[in-house]
Design a protein around this ligand. Structure first.
Ligand SMILES: [Zn+2]
Ligand SMILES: [Zn+2]
Length: 339
């Protein structure tokens, strides 16, 4: 089978590897759709495991079941989580699923014609797709689940004012969800096309990220933000976050700057104002279930975020487009397409 092997962001090669066959408790699935995630192109985060096959936003079809698999059969349409928590350790019991200390298996990457799904993930991380949820839509389940989790831990309520910094795929999903939940939303970006999309998909106000963001927020809502959600790694966005959050409010770091960057936090000011800083990383089973429900019900429409569909042979081009930060939002690789 063919896979896209990632060595670094500028060296991604289509390679031929043996097609695996499922052992006891395993599944062999055909990858129909796999999204390129913003985190896939974060080189410092991925390099330690290179070379590797990436891709964790998948819509797949079961082709073969291993001995003893009874939950799924050939032809089933699935979303498969990249890793699953044990649900039993102290972290899981407190709902900190992404911190689970017992993660046993990782899903091999989805930029491939097939994936051999490990037993743990077959049992606890595989979800049947509702009939009306397409393979392409399935690629939004994981990213939307992360967004659901971030907004859950920030305790957003209807009527809250939310500032979303960055209008890429995550920023736009945050926009749609915050709007669905009755929040007032302002979104920033440096790309005018992405701001147009934010406006179209529910932002009350949009602003150029290079402008006076805190000033524009005040002008629009006459108050600072109850929550600021940072979906970009830019350092200037963090400064805007500190300046835009209201007393008693929360800054959610959904994305962070590169590890060599030093971030200054105005802790004295925040101490008096009881401002909280939260980080949000990945998602857990309840978030995945909620994301599936939100997409299947049509409450969160995702198709309008798809800007590109590429065959496996053009995975490298997809990475390049995301890195260049142009108009590309959601790029989906369809490994079965031989276009
Ligand atoms: Zn992702
Ligand atoms: Zn656990």
């Amino acid at each position: 089978m063919k896979v896209s092997m990632w060595y670094n962001n500028t060296d991604i090669r289509v390679e031929e590897v043996p097609t695996p066959s499922p052992g006891k408790g395993e599944l062999l699935v055909r990858v129909i759709s796999c999204g390129i995630c913003g985190s896939d192109v974060v080189e410092w985060y991925r390099l330690p495991r290179a070379p590797l096959v990436m891709g964790h936003e998948v819509g797949v079809e079961v082709v073969e079941t291993g001995e003893g698999v009874s939950r799924f059969k050939k032809g089933d349409r699935l979303f498969i989580a990249p890793k699953v928590p044990c649900l039993q350790c102290t972290y899981c019991l407190k709902g900190h699923y992404p911190q689970c200390s017992e993660v046993k298996d990782r899903l091999p990457g989805g930029f491939a014609e097939y994936i051999l799904v490990p037993k743990e993930i077959v049992n606890h991380g595989s979800y049947l797709l509702p009939d009306n949820l397409s393979y392409d839509q399935a690629t939004f389940i994981e990213p939307l689940a992360c967004v659901v989790r971030a907004q859950r831990i920030s305790s957003l309520e209807a009527g809250d004012t939310v500032l979303i910094l960055g209008s890429g795929m995550s920023g736009l999903l945050h926009t749609k969800l915050a709007r669905l939940n009755g929040c007032r939303v302002m979104v920033t970006d440096i790309n005018p096309r992405k701001l147009e999309m934010a406006k179209e998909y529910g932002a009350d106000v949009v602003a150029d990220a290079k402008s006076d963001v805190p000033g524009q927020l005040m002008a629009a809502f006459d108050q600072k933000a109850d929550a600021v959600i940072v979906t970009t790694s830019s350092l200037s966005a963090l400064t805007q976050a500190w300046q835009s959050v209201d007393m008693g409010g929360v800054v959610v770091l959904f994305a962070v700057p590169d590890p060599d960057k030093v971030v200054a936090v105005p802790v004295n000011d925040f101490w008096r104002k009881e401002i909280r800083i939260l980080t949000s990383y990945y998602c857990g089973p309840p978030d995945i279930e909620e994301a599936i429900e939100l997409i299947a019900s049509g409450n969160i429409f995702v198709d309008d975020l798809i800007t590109h569909r590429l065959p496996l042979s053009e995975t490298a081009k997809g990475f390049q487009m995301l890195l260049e930060g142009g108009d590309a939002v959601k790029i989906i690789v369809n490994p079965q397409s031989n276009r």
